[in-house]
Write a protein that binds this ligand. Structure first.
Ligand code: GLN
Length: 462
């Protein structure tokens, strides 16, 4: 098979996804795909992602396609350069398949907050696929691409991976360059990966990871070898934090997680209950820190430097108001207002500064359990399976609580992944693993064994 054949098959799969009304793709074309294929076929040495089509969340800059961030404000915007991760995956022999739909600027948990319409769940079209990287998750779930890039600031790859029944991996903060990722919460943003399997996600992760002088927070550490094929969990200690199994946890998800815990024991793991006592502050802390950083990052979309201009050019304040008032959707405006408030004189001490100290305690909880001998934590990824479209859109706090199990790892900067562990009432369930900083390889090794030992698409018997 040549890359041209692979590109055609990808184009047909994207057409089918569109015909089904999933609304997962933004910019793509068969012509661009064929150009990618020709480039790959002319590479002298096949790379580690040879001929693989990769879908890219539309908040990651690509010089060839527009980059909209799911916002009216950036409609038709063309970045003059590609993100480091895009350059790297192309250098590894992959083909850029398409840009994918997302919650505007990555803000949301359902991919309903896109200026270009909501994305549908692949198995239940009246439900949401999760978010904000919903388009990428859906394209992997329907098999249009084996892997995709997303961004995970507070769960935006792991949560949609769980809802759609695919693998989603957030690396350690700093492991992957953010150069060319449109900034949301700079101290939290991680370019992250989806795969049909753990091994697919791992291949993409290691192809794009590594130090980049253009991102000052990117870390100069060697890329580890691929996770070894484990056959047992002998010698592995798995921590199960009680805070992640509340009384109102969805019963199917609870049963699914208990079945995985039992399986891990059979595989030889030592499973211990642990405490992460600051967990309950994670959502409020995240929803102070992330909007504060977003308010600052999104200041550049003013019609002067970036953004489709609206309003009189002669009056700068009116130009800003016109551009931002017209271009930003309701959720983005809510974040900017919240972020500006928590940073404002007189309130910053009470909100932003306090949130930073709580963030340090949340991170310290993780440090303590890992120092106590836990190799990896296991939890549900989400408190419920995919919810119905329209369910939470009018209630921001209900939407924010969808991130309750995923945002702690984001605040702590540690690696975490979501893995399909079964289904409940026909909907996928995700199990989450979290590991110490830079321990992605051992986390992926455990995930691969679990993937082999479980039927990720089986209905959980209760
Ligand atoms: N759902 C979270 C939010 O709305 C996380 C977003 C993300 O990770 N990009 O902020």
């Amino acid at each position: 098979m040549t890359a041209v054949t692979a590109a055609r098959a990808t184009g047909q799969a994207l057409e089918r996804a569109e015909a089904a009304g999933l609304n997962a793709t933004l910019a793509w074309s068969n012509t661009a795909l064929e150009a990618e294929a020709a480039r790959v076929d002319s590479m002298p040495v096949p790379g580690p992602l040879h001929r693989l089509p990769v879908a890219i969340k539309d908040n990651i800059c690509t010089a060839e396609q527009p980059t909209t961030c799911g916002s009216k404000l950036l409609e038709g915007y063309h970045s003059p350069y590609s993100a480091t991760v895009v350059d790297r995956l192309r250098a590894a022999g992959a083909m850029v398949a398409c840009k994918t739909n997302l919650d505007e600027f990555g803000m949301g948990s359902s991919t309903e907050h896109s200026a270009f319409g909501r994305v549908k769940h692949p198995l239940a079209p009246e439900r949401v696929p999760g978010g904000s990287s919903g388009g990428s998750a859906v394209l992997v779930a329907v098999g249009a691409v084996p892997m995709a890039l997303g961004s995970d600031t507070g769960g935006s790859v792991r949560q949609p991976a769980a809802f759609c029944g695919v693998v989603g991996v957030k690396p350690t903060y700093g492991r992957v360059s953010r150069y060319g990722l449109v900034a949301f919460g700079s101290s939290l943003d991680c370019v992250s990966v989806f795969g049909k399997t753990v091994s697919d996600a791992e291949s993409l992760l290691w192809a794009v990871a590594g130090h980049d002088w253009r991102d000052a927070t990117s870390v100069d550490r060697p890329i580890p070898d691929r996770a070894p094929a484990r056959t047992t969990l002998e010698g592995v200690t798995i921590g199960v934090p009680v805070e992640y199994f509340p009384a109102d946890l969805d019963a199917g998800i609870g049963a699914g997680c208990q079945a995985v815990i039992a399986r891990m024991r059979e595989l030889g793991a030592r499973v211990v209950q642990v405490l992460l006592p600051h967990t309950r502050y994670a959502v409020p802390t995240y929803y102070i820190v992330a909007p504060a950083e977003a308010a600052s990052n999104l200041a550049r979309f003013d019609g002067g430097r970036y953004g489709a201009r609206r309003g009189p050019h002669a009056d700068i304040a009116a130009l800003y108001q016109g551009t931002r008032g017209h271009g930003f959707g309701a959720e983005v405006r809510r974040r900017i207002l919240t972020g500006t408030y928590v940073l404002s004189a007189g309130y910053a001490e009470a909100y932003y500064v306090k949130a930073q100290s709580v963030r340090a305690r949340i991170a310290a909880d993780f440090t303590a359990v890992f120092a106590g001998g836990v190799d990896c934590l296991f939890t549900p990824t989400t408190p419920t399976p995919a919810f119905a479209a329209g369910d939470k859109i009018q209630d921001p706090v209900a939407m924010y609580l969808a991130d309750i199990f995923v945002c702690p790892a984001s605040l702590a900067g540690i690696p975490a992944l979501s893995l399909p562990i079964g289904r409940t009432k026909g909907l996928p369930i995700g199990g989450q693993l979290m590991a110490p900083m830079f321990e992605e390889a051992s986390m992926l090794g455990i995930a691969k064994l679990l993937e082999r030992s479980l039927d990720g698409s089986a209905e959980v018997v209760r």
